[in-house]
Design a protein around this ligand. Sequence first.
Ligand SMILES: [Zn+2]
Length: 81
Amino acid sequence: MRNAYCSFCRKSYKDVGPLVEGPGGVYICGECVELTQNILDQDLSDYLEAQGGPITPTIQHRIHCTDSDPGTAPACPVGSP
Ligand SMILES: [Zn+2]
């Protein structure tokens, strides 16, 4: 790993420790892996929020009401969205 340095933060492996090598001579250090994981987690939360959030009991109930046979399904509140 000659004079490899992280392709993201530009720090040398001597400063940040072992680097993971990717294709095309790119490297990423542990600090950047942790950072990107946080960014991805945040993006995932934003994405789920944009999609209407994680499935809540209310949404599950709505799906249940929509998909069920009206004859056998428990009564759904009239006028609920
Ligand atoms: Zn880095």
